[in-house]
Design a protein around this ligand. Sequence first.
Ligand SMILES: C[S@@+](CC[C@H](N)C(=O)[O-])C[C@H]1O[C@@H](n2cnc3c(N)ncnc32)[C@H](O)[C@@H]1O
Length: 429
Amino acid sequence: MAEPKLDPTIPPGLHLVSAFISMEPTNTLLSLSRECGGGLVTEGVQRFIWDHCISNEAGEKGYGPYLRNFVKRLISEVESRNGTVLDELYERCGYYMSSLKDDRLVKGSARVHKCISFLFPDVFLGCEPPSCSKSSNLVVPLHCSLNMLEGDTGCSVWPSSLYLSEFVLSFPDIFSNKSCFEVGSGVGLVGICLSHVKASQVILSDGDLSTLSNMKLNLKLNQLSAETDVLERFGEDPNTVQAELYNKSKVKCFHLPWESATESELEDYLPDIILGADVIYDPSCLPHLLRVLVILLKQKKAYTQTWEESCEGRLQDAEHIDVNGASEGKSLFAHDIHCVTIQNGNRTDPCHVEELHGGSSVARLMKCPVAYIASVIRNIDTFNCFLKLAEEANLVIADITEALVPLNLLPYMQSYNRSSIRLFTVKCK
Ligand SMILES: C[S@@+](CC[C@H](N)C(=O)[O-])C[C@H]1O[C@@H](n2cnc3c(N)ncnc32)[C@H](O)[C@@H]1O
């Protein structure tokens, strides 16, 4: 009986291709290859890999040593089960072996091009249009280093930024139309996801200059030019350039070492939301990181809202939220909770409602920012030091990992252990 043809737009073919372009370890690729063939890497699966991973653009752009290892392991897997290996794979393996004799690059700081595919539920459930669109997944191309320590650790993708990106994409309403500011942004993945969910402004920062230039490269790769482009396009009508950039990109990035960051440097940003992924790891940096968080978190933003607006909007959810942040049924949005609460249909929060006109028809509110920090707790002493410094700085930290669980948008990434990551909100007392 002929083997069913694999489709690269639905699982399991989709997972295999996604794992390949995100440069998942070879073991993951082999396990997904077996899954595609019902336990064996059949000739049909090999043909699929040849067509969708090796002989196409992905294979041409791919990193040689990675491709060589995959093809070598694939061949031994098939041979060990007495299967038939495609001639094309033998030939390509021979080519890799002769042209990539030098292994130094594999161990060094080679820059590679990978693509992180966020697969939305309708895509990975594999249902057909029009009820759901196969094109709704988000593929983010990134330049990064194979050396996790390069660029002060900022040139590779760390697991917390995968988690924070899944969080942003799973709860877009938290971030859309909000001004977002990230510290220690690394390759820029979270910022690209924030732009995807239409944050009103995305400001990325990092203290390492080589990380920053790599991040700028990634913004360009994702058609999100860094703001410096305005200067580079000197001579053109600034209004046209500004309008173009406004429509196309709202992402800016800048050099922000926490040690030297000043209040005056940060006071213009007024973010609604601050983000950080895997930034709690070096005890010597923590006092400086916390100082930056305090500066950003204490900037209250004034805004007005009518009663009708609040009834139409998400503030209605505040009825379902208690002071500890537990929610009943509806989504919980941390940045709304501390602005205003609604009790029995009346707004009551004397701390934040500054003035009420005409029997509470218009309120002038002070909105405090909130930070979302995702972290793998590798060293409990370092994390406890962060908690202690936060307490001393009058910050309140809440672990929201279980309360707001993001969708699993990276189901093919077997190397990514999401259970090791915690998500915290940080607010001023
Ligand atoms: C472990 S990496 C995480 C990168 C990225 N957020 C991610 O999760 O993929 C830590 C990041 O914090 C930045 N960083 C470390 N110390 C810093 C400091 N003192 N000031 C500013 N950025 C710093 C590094 O350059 C790096 O980009």
